[in-house]
Ligand binder design. Structure first.
Ligand code: NAP
Length: 480
């Protein structure tokens, strides 16, 4: 049965429902309205949580082979309709069609890995007889689903970052309620469509569209919701952490990722990789390259080549296969980035290229000589701006890389294994890429940050650990 509905309905406990109030979804490229979605109320959210109580029981009682079948069927559906999914991402979000197509491929992978991991939710036997007096006890622990999970997601990967939560939640037998970013709800609704088509029982999944400021608190504070998995910015993450109360929280937050380029590196490869890492999704990428520390002896060569490569970037129509970079998510965000760059320029930074805004578009921008007291030197820019710094040696590069409040991922380009190992040991991050930029991720790896970049790890099997709890079983035997 086709339950496909996009735009004007949200997916509440297995039903496609409307609300009186709607939210306009706009294409950031020209600010045109492309669709509307319901603006759910706190009452809608409460109803959804009530329904999810039943959904959690249904989900927990689904055998693993059934969960695997459904999650794989959702992946099949997306694969069959990949073009529609990619066009939606590239329409409501700021990704180009090439970037959106990659996101759809990643989403299919995310779901396939989730289905596969469902069969690996293991426990262990426990040697109770290690404790004197417990010789007659045998037992084990197994993992059981936590119940209802609330998922709050950002705009920059509007499909795959939702799949990162929905895939493992369903694979591990939980019910899940998703509140997607208000500016990009359509891709999340398409994910719900895939699960509806795949035969997921009602009430296991809801995708509720609405403003975080209006329905967020209800989801976050409700005692029946046993876990909040959040991906987004630091401010919202901290507020949610304060309000959540006694429940699990997983926080995937932002960063201003560093990359170190030492003098023995392949400069051409380092430039190619860091340019891509800086400007992917117009820099609206939690792993985006923001700060590059280049050994002084190769600074001129690197800088020249980096600016040349940046100037080749084609900025424009997202739907064209030829476009390298689209707009930011809206004009307000582009103005925010413009202010950050202007502040740095006023304090003495050089704009080597870029620094121009037109509506929501901000040109790929390279800065040098950025004083340490600029906001952009310490905070996440979340836009297409990269800062180049010369450094004397690896120690200085590591010290500067670590001198911020974030630590998601980092990269280092060197052929020297000792230096790579030093960076691995000394850099305060959740992941470090050797001879690559910070912007590398596959969906099976543990992903998350230190410091203000987050708490907990995503990546399917790691999410499943967070979304399940161990239950101990102990048999007391008679001595006969
Ligand atoms: P955001 O403004 O923090 O919003 C993220 C989500 O949180 C949205 O759905 C938003 O709803 C909701 N929200 C905001 N305030 C809330 C509250 N008080 N209670 C409940 N929900 C609330 O982030 P964004 O601008 O969409 O995304 C950009 C940020 O995400 C960047 O900092 C980026 O680095 C980070 N990010 C991190 C990762 C990672 O894996 N570490 C991945 C991608 C992005 P509304 O849309 O209705 O406001």
């Amino acid at each position: 049965m086709a339950t496909q509905l996009t735009g004007q309905r949200m997916f509440l406990a297995g039903k496609w429902v409307k609300c009186d109030r709607v939210i306009e979804v706009r294409d950031p490229q020209d600010n045109s309205v492309i669709d509307t979605v319901p603006a759910a109320s706190a009452e809608d959210m409460k109803k959804c949580i009530e329904e999810a109580k039943e959904g959690a029981k249904t989900a927990a009682s689904m055998p693993v082979h059934e969960r695997m079948k459904i999650v794989n069927a959702a992946a099949d559906y997306i694969e069959k309709n990949a073009e529609k999914y990619a066009r939606t991402i590239a329409r409501e979000g700021s990704k180009t069609i090439r970037e959106a197509t990659k996101e759809v491929e990643r989403c299919i992978q995310t779901l396939r890995i989730s289905a596969e991991e469902a069969r690996r939710i293991h426990g262990e036997t426990i040697p109770f007889d290690q404790m004197p007096g417990s010789e007659n006890r045998v037992g084990y622990y197994y993992r059981f689903p936590i119940g209802i999970i609330g998922a709050i997601t950002p705009f920059n990967d509007p499909l795959n970052l939702v799949a990162h939560k929905v895939g493992p939640a369903i694979a591990s037998g939980n019910a899940i309620i998703v509140k997607p970013a208000t500016v990009t709800p359509l891709s999340a609704l398409l994910l719900a469509e895939a699960f509806a088509e795949a035969g997921l029982p009602p009430k296991v999944l809801s995708v509720i569209t609405g403003y975080g400021s209006e329905i967020g608190d209800t989801l976050v504070t409700h005692p029946a919701v046993r876990m909040i998995t959040f991906t987004g910015g630091l401010d919202a993450g901290e507020e949610i952490s304060r309000k959540a109360g006694l429940k699990k929280i997983s926080m995937e937050l932002g960063s201003n990722s560093p990359v170190i380029v030492l003098e023995d590196a392949d400069v051409e490869e380092a430039v190619e990789s860091t340019v891509s890492g800086a400007f992917w999704a117009a820099g609206q990428n939690c792993l985006g390259v923001q700060r590059i520390y280049i050994q002084e002896s190769i600074m001129d060569e690197f800088e020249k080549s980096f600016v040349e490569r940046t100037n080749q970037y084609r900025v424009g129509d997202k739907q064209s296969e030829l476009t390298d970079m689209g707009p930011l998510i809206n004009e307000k965000e582009a103005i925010r980035v413009e202010h950050l760059v202007n502040e740095a320029a006023d304090k003495g930074a050089y704009i080597l290229t870029g620094g121009e805004r037109k509506d929501a578009f901000y040109s790929p921008t390279v800065l040098a000589n950025v004083p340490e007291d600029c906001t952009i030197a310490k905070e996440e820019v979340f836009g297409p701006v990269v800062l180049l710094y010369p450094v004397a040696d690896l120690d200085a590069a590591i010290q500067k890389s670590n001198d911020v409040n974030y630590g998601l991922q980092a990269g280092i380009f060197t052929k020297n294994i000792e230096k790579a190992y030093k960076a691995i040991a000394k850099m305060d991050v959740g992941g470090i890429m050797i001879n690559d930029s910070s912007d590398y991720r596959i969906d099976a790896m543990p992903f998350g940050g230190v410091k203000k970049s987050g708490l907990g790890r995503e990546g399917i099997s790691f999410s499943i650990q967070e979304m399940t709890e161990p239950k101990v079983v102990c048999f007391k035997l008679t001595n006969d």
